[in-house]
Write a protein that binds this ligand. Structure first.
Ligand code: URA
Length: 233
């Protein structure tokens, strides 16, 4: 992409364009290791190496963040009362204006993808794509494996939407814990599915989304930057 060098540096969050203009006069901007005093110089992000005060500017249009969402935080870009997942981002990531892909309830933890790539968001959340999401579920009562399997396979009617859930698969961990994989994402879906079979979700953690897995060493509230190529769905 061809872009003015001051715009490139500003877009990456290093300074404002007027600050960059001043700094470039003092030799702070290098293009391909040579001082560039003209902050209006057009550079090619594919081939030119730009640095600002010695720091290489790695241009990217889109960012992809994989967060372990903590409890008590809203998966939205802003909220009147509560902290949002965007409030947990470093400034260097927040400047991309990313948003969460889909939603997790306030009390749900686990894998949340955050990006500013609208096309990818659409692809991953489109009901037609049936991207699988796996949740680790802690329940209030013992699991009735056969009964639940039959019901989840057949689908459950959700009201008021008046839709039948797509077949979901359950993998039992122990009497009150299981993994549930669903291929859609209706409001409170997992909680409502277990309510329908007479149980109650006590804790919910999303452990995978499409091909992405929640890394074991990622604590709640932490996130890592991943590449678009890491997301295959
Ligand atoms: N299902 C729920 O009930 N809650 C979530 O946060 C995600 C799926």
């Amino acid at each position: 992409m061809k872009i003015r060098v001051d715009k490139l540096i500003a877009n990456m969050g290093f300074a404002t364009r007027s600050e960059i203009k001043k700094a470039s006069k003092k030799g702070a901007v290098l293009v391909n290791d040579e001082v560039e005093k003209n902050s209006g110089r057009i550079v090619d992000t594919d081939t030119d190496r730009v640095s600002y005060f010695g720091e290489l500017i790695e241009y990217r249009e889109f960012i992809y963040l994989l967060m372990n969402k903590p409890k008590g935080v809203i998966s939205a870009t802003e909220d009147f009362f509560d902290k949002t997942v965007i409030d947990l981002l470093l400034e260097e990531h927040a400047i991309f204006n990313p948003f969460p892909v889909g939603r997790l309830d306030k009390d749900t933890t686990g894998l949340l993808l955050i990006t500013n790539d609208g096309e990818l968001n659409h692809r991953l959340t489109s009901p037609k794509k049936e991207v699988p999401k796996t949740y680790k579920v802690s329940l209030a009562h013992d699991i009735e494996e056969e009964n639940y399997n039959l019901t989840f396979e057949k689908g459950i009617k959700l009201m008021p939407e008046n839709i039948i859930t797509k077949p979901a698969t359950m993998e039992v961990i122990d009497s009150r814990h299981c993994y549930l994989t669903i291929k859609e994402g209706k409001y409170h879906q997992v909680k409502r599915m277990f309510e329908k079979v007479g149980n109650k979700v006590m804790e919910l953690e999303r452990v995978s989304f499409g091909n992405l897995k929640l890394p074991d060493d990622l604590s709640q509230g932490e996130y890592i930057e991943i590449r678009k190529e890491d997301i295959v769905n």
